[in-house]
Design a protein around this ligand. Structure first.
Ligand code: C2O
Ligand code: CU
Length: 556
């Protein structure tokens, strides 16, 4: 196994990711940052210099379970103190499992400023390493990182969300594919020729054109590792004229499913196989479209070129329109279509849970602010990271007096109306018995505007089996019988669809303190998350480098 060393300067730079200049948080001057490539079993060491001058940071390795290194999870307030301006922090962890993962800022809403990138772990094919080969083949692979992008800063967005009344930044100005896009006001993409609108007829800056996704050699099969780190948007990704075979989700092999287009939520990754089997004399559009929220952002396009063509030549066809933004059925169907590949080789699902949590997701007004709450509790990160206060027995560093509610009044609650009660803001923790089997059912509702959104929930430190997606209100007495215990897919991020519920099961076998939250940057900022602790007494000696804030300042 190898050790991969990286040294990163995190700093603001002027960038024109969508042809409009704006400050971005960069890694060694780039946004997105470099793709980290490693092989299963390798160690990744990243030394981070915070050169943001007036802003803290922290970097999370999304999908890496951090077994034996819970302090390297990078979640500010949970596993570490923020990295202060001028300071240096080193992350060191083992990538124990092949798959497509990410890294991104995990401090306030900093991810919206562009601090992110991909982390690809290849499967080790050393025969005596005992690792099974992947259940599919391909010629080459490429990464596709999808993002959304605003022209307003992190602070304009975050302060707006905390204001009374709330000032929402609105839909993104652009979508980015591998960090590049072309800003075009949405109404211009709708009426490209007739409007006479000055905003639409403004000449584009030089060099501003749809990027080339990659150049394909006819008949070759490409593995595209597609990931979404959007801050808000759910997406649909498609390549004109080419179907895609989904073979991996969040680092787990799935039974191959052929799709025309891929629905992908923030925090999810998929590998899809694409065969270059179309007319090679022309190029094709790849496109990313907003779904699940009323579309108000021009879809992003990139060019799939065939070798021997000009890689920048625009395809002869009109840009793809994408699916209807509000076709929930198609999205739920794709979610349900995923099943584990070759189930003889995977960890069997424990037949029943030791503990079951039923978590109601609501939008609430609390103390003059709009918040998201789980069973009435909106999460606020404590000044002292949970990992430090729990491991070192610091009293009063978080709300340890009252455990958060395990369920809600599901018999009488109306998920079609905004909550009547206010809720509270707290930094509470669910304490899980080490090694226990935990079920979590997420229940969606309508928000204060009477609409129900899609929430992609991400669990740190574990993968879970996705046991079911249901419509309406989950009934523990009857719906548990519908759980798929035969061939459920394992993931680390799962969609909670509008007015529906999603059931997951995991084994609490990773000593540490772990965040479970909606991956929409604004939602977790407004409290949409919970914290799990398991076996914190089994965690090894905490590195001093994660301390230095809150009550951890005085620790020896
Ligand atoms: Cu990718 Cu806690 O997030
Ligand atoms: Cu959400």
């Amino acid at each position: 196994a190898k050790v991969h060393h990286y040294t990163w300067d995190i700093a603001y730079h002027y960038k024109s990711l969508d042809c409009v200049e704006k400050l971005a948080v960069t890694i060694n001057g780039e946004s997105p940052g470099p793709t980290i490539h490693a092989t299963q079993g390798d160690t990744v060491v990243v030394t981070v210099h915070n050169k943001l001058e007036t802003e803290n940071t922290g970097i999370h390795w999304h999908g890496i379970r951090q077994i034996g290194s819970p302090w390297a999870d990078g979640t500010v307030g949970v596993t570490q103190c923020p990295i202060l301006p001028g300071d240096t922090f080193t992350y060191r962890f083992v990538v124990d499992r092949p798959g497509t993962y990410f890294y991104h800022a995990h401090y306030g809403m900093q991810r919206v400023a562009g601090l992110d990138g991909m982390l690809v772990v290849s499967s080790s094919s050393v025969p005596d390493g005992g690792v099974a080969a992947e259940p599919f083949t391909y010629d080459e692979e490429r990464t596709v990182l999808l993002m959304d992008w605003w022209h307003k800063s992190v602070y304009e967005q975050a302060v707006g969300l905390a204001s009374d009344p709330l000032r929402f930044v609105g839909e993104p100005q652009s979508l980015l594919i591998n960090g590049r896009g072309v800003f075009e006001p949405f109404h211009c993409s709708r009426a490209p020729n007739g409007s006479g609108d000055a905003a639409c007829n403004r000449p584009r800056p030089a060099g501003c054109a749809p990027p080339t996704l990659f150049t394909a050699v006819p008949r070759k099969t490409y593995r595209l590792r597609v990931g979404s780190l959007t801050s808000l948007s759910a997406l649909n990704f498609a390549i004109e004229g080419h179907s895609m075979t989904v073979v991996e989700a969040d680092g787990h092999y799935v039974r191959p499913v052929v799709v025309d287009s891929l629905y992908i939520y923030s925090g999810e990754s998929y590998s899809v196989l694409v065969e270059a089997d179309q007319d090679p004399s022309r190029n094709y559009w790849a496109a990313s479209h907003v779904v699940a929220r009323e579309r108000n952002t021009t879809s992003a396009v990139a060019i799939l070129s065939y070798a021997s063509n000009d890689p920048r030549a625009a395809p002869p066809t009109p840009r793809p329109e994408g699916p209807a933004w509000d076709d929930v059925t198609a999205r739920v169907e794709q979610s349900r279509s995923l099943a584990v590949a070759h189930r003889d080789h995977v960890q069997p699902v424990p037949p029943r849970p030791d503990r079951a949590l039923l978590l109601l997701n609501t939008q609430n007004r609390i103390g003059g602010h709009t918040k998201w709450a789980i069973n009435g509790v909106s999460l606020a990160f404590p000044a002292t990271p949970y990992l430090v206060s729990m491991k070192r027995g610091l009293r009063g560093a978080y709300d340890d007096a009252r455990p958060p509610p395990e369920t809600y009044d599901y018999r009488s609650y109306d998920i079609g109306r905004p909550p009547a009660a206010n809720g509270t803001v707290a930094s509470a923790v669910y304490r899980l018995a080490l090694g226990s089997v935990v079920d979590v059912v997420l229940q969606n509702t309508v928000a204060l505007n009477n609409k129900s959104e899609t929430h992609p929930w991400h669990l740190h430190g574990h993968d879970f089996w996705v046991l079911a997606y249901g419509d309406g209100k989950f009934d523990p007495e009857t719906d548990t019988a519908r759980f798929n215990l035969r061939d459920p897919v394992m993931k680390n991020t799962v969609a909670l669809h509008p007015k529906g519920w999603t059931a997951v099961r995991f084994v609490a076998d990773n000593p540490g303190v772990w965040l479970f939250h909606c991956h929409i940057e604004a939602h977790v900022y407004m409290g949409m998350g919970v914290v799990f602790e398991e076996g914190v007494d089994k965690v090894g000696r905490l590195p001093k480098s994660i301390m230095g804030c809150g009550r951890s300042r005085t620790l020896p």
